[in-house]
Design a protein around this ligand. Structure first.
Ligand SMILES: [Zn+2]
Length: 52
């Protein structure tokens, strides 16, 4: 049994260009794009969760 961190897989919006990305939202509020380590194609790496 491994302890599961509280991570939510959801849809995020790039704060710079508004593009949608699949993201992981962590319990501490940090958000990372899934499959895009560098972040958005526009160069930004910050995302917001629309339903937050
Ligand atoms: Zn972007």
């Amino acid at each position: 049994m491994s302890r599961q961190p509280s991570v939510t897989k959801t849809l995020g919006v790039c704060t710079a260009c508004g593009a949608y990305h699949a993201v992981r939202k962590f319990e501490d509020g940090s958000v990372y794009a899934i499959g895009s380590p560098q972040g958005c194609h526009c160069g930004a790496s910050e995302f917001t969760i629309p339903d937050a």
